[in-house]
Design a protein around this ligand. Structure first.
Ligand SMILES: Cc1ncc(COP(=O)(O)O)c(C=O)c1O
Length: 376
C-alpha cells in the first residue's frame, strides 16, 4: 500500500484551456458551465454558524463533534429514509473528494486488488484505485465485472445520482451490488453527494434511495459506506464539509487512521455542518433554483438540436448530437457560442460522444446561454 502518484493520468482539465480561450473571445463573454462549482451564496444560517464558532482554540474531534454526528444521523432519517444509522457510524471528512481518492489506500488495498467503479464516472474513483496500486475496473453492474477479476475486487464505488450522466440507481440495482460484494468480502462505497437533486419521477417524489436504506442491505450496514457532502446541496464547496457514514467497524478503522494523519474538518466548519444539516428548507430552495435553470438550459439545448440522455437527477445535463459526433467537436461548437462545457471523454471512453453542462450558472448566465443556443 502507498500513494503511487506515478500511476496517475494527466490532469485532463488543462486540455480544455484552448476552448476556454476561444469561448472568452465571444462578444457577449464566456459562460463557463464546464464545472459544477456552486455560484449562489452560502445560506446565512450556515455562515452564521461558522462565525458563531470562530472562537476555536482547541483541536476538533477527528470523527466529528457529537452534535455533527447526531445531525448526520437525523439527516438520514429525515431526508433519506434511513433509520439504522448510529452516531458511531459517522465520520466527518474534508469534502468528499479526499476520501474518494484515499479510501482504497485507507482500506489497505494494493497491487493485486481491484476497485470497481461506474464506466462513465467522476474520475477520482479511478484515481483512488491507482493511488493504492490497485486496478480500476469499470462496471455498471456486477455482471460487467470480468470473471477473472471478480475475486480481486475489494472495493465497489457507486455514484447515484451520477456525475456526469445523472442516472439514479434504484433499490434493486444497489442491492445487487451489495449481495455481490458481500459474497466476496468487498466494501461498497456509494457517493451520494447529489442525492438532494432529483428531477424525474419516481425519484423527485420518492427520493433517491441511499445505499444505507434497509431495503438495500437487508437491515445490515455491514461493508457499506455512503458519502454525503454539503458542497452542492448547501452551496458550501468552500467549506470542505462532508461525511462518510455506514458500517461502524469500517468507520472506526478509517477514523483511527485519520487521527494519525490529522485529517479533521476545522471546528467552525463542523459547527456549520451541523447547522446546515438541521435545516432542510435551504436545500429545497436551492433545488427549485436548479430546477428552473435546468428547464431553461434543456430548452436551449433542445432548440439547438442536441439530444439529452439520462440527466434525470444531479447537477448536470449530459448530451450528444444526432450523429454522435466526437465530444471535442461539440465542445468547440459550443465554445464558438461562448459556452464552455466539459467533454464526455473526461469521464471514460463511454462518454466520447457526449458533453456535460453544469446547472451552476447564475440566472442571467443561464438565460444568456439558452438564448445563444436557441439563436444557433
Ligand atoms: C460525483 C462527485 N463526487 C464527489 C465530488 C466532490 O465533492 P466535494 O466538494 O464534497 O469534495 C464531486 C464534485 O464535483 C462529484 O461530482
Amino acid at each position: 500500500m502507498g500513494f503511487d502518484a506515478a500511476a496517475l493520468p494527466v490532469f485532463p482539465w488543462d486540455l480544455l484551456e484552448p476552448h476556454k480561450a476561444q469561448a472568452a473571445r465571444h462578444p457577449g463573454g464566456l459562460i463557463d458551465l464546464s464545472v459544477g462549482t456552486p455560484v449562489d451564496p452560502t445560506p446565512p444560517l450556515i455562515q452564521d454558524a461558522l462565525a458563531g464558532a470562530a472562537d476555536s482554540p482547541g483541536y476538533p474531534p477527528t470523527i466529528g463533534t457529537a452534535a455533527l454526528r447526531r445531525a448526520v444521523v437525523d439527516h438520514y432519517a429525515a431526508a433519506r429514509g434511513v433509520t439504522g444509522l448510529a452516531p458511531e457510524g459517522v465520520l466527518a471528512t474534508l469534502g468528499s473528494k479526499e476520501l474518494i481518492a484515499s479510501l482504497a489506500s485507507a482500506l489497505g488495498l494494493g497491487p493485486g486488488d481491484a476497485v470497481a467503479h461506474p464506466t462513465v464516472a467522476y474520475p477520482t474513483y479511478d484515481v483512488g484505485a491507482r493511488l493504492a496500486g490497485a486496478r480500476p475496473v469499470p462496471a455498471d453492474s456486477p455482471g460487467q465485472v470480468p470473471d477473472e477479476l471478480g475475486a480481486r475486487v475489494k472495493l465497489v464505488w457507486l455514484n447515484s445520482p451520477a456525475n456526469p450522466d445523472g442516472r439514479v440507481a434504484g433499490v434493486a440495482d444497489l442491492a445487487a451490488w451489495v449481495e455481490w460484494a458481500r459474497a466476496r468480502g468487498a466494501v461498497v462505497a456509494a457517493d451520494e453527494c447529489y442525492a438532494a437533486l432529483a428531477w424525474d419521477e419516481p425519484w423527485a417524489s420518492a427520493g433517491v434511495p441511499s445505499l444505507l436504506d434497509a431495503r438495500v442491505g437487508g437491515g445490515s450496514l455491514d461493508g457499506l459506506l455512503a458519502l454525503g457532502s454539503l458542497s452542492k446541496q448547501s452551496n458550501a464547496a468552500g467549506y470542505r464539509a462532508a461525511w462518510v457514514a455506514g458500517d461502524p467497524a469500517l468507520i472506526g478503522r478509517l477514523a483511527a487512521l485519520r487521527k494519525h494523519m490529522g485529517m479533521m474538518p476545522p471546528g467552525p466548519v463542523q459547527a456549520a455542518m451541523a447547522a446546515a444539516l438541521a435545516d432542510r428548507s435551504h436545500v429545497a430552495r436551492q433545488r427549485e433554483t436548479y430546477r428552473r435553470r435546468r428547464r431553461v438550459l434543456l430548452d436551449g439545448i433542445g432548440q439547438a438540436g442536441y439530444l439529452v440522455e439520462g440527466s434525470g437527477a444531479g447537477l448536470y445535463l449530459w448530451f450528444t448530437t444526432p450523429d454522435r459526433q466526437d465530444c471535442w467537436r461539440t465542445v468547440a461548437d459550443l465554445a464558438s457560442l461562448g459556452i464552455l462545457v466539459a467533454p464526455g471523454a473526461f469521464y471514460g471512453a463511454g462518454g466520447a460522444a457526449f458533453v456535460r453542462m453544469a446547472l451552476t450558472g447564475s440566472d442571467a448566465a443561464v438565460a444568456e446561454a439558452a438564448a445563444r443556443l436557441t439563436a444557433a
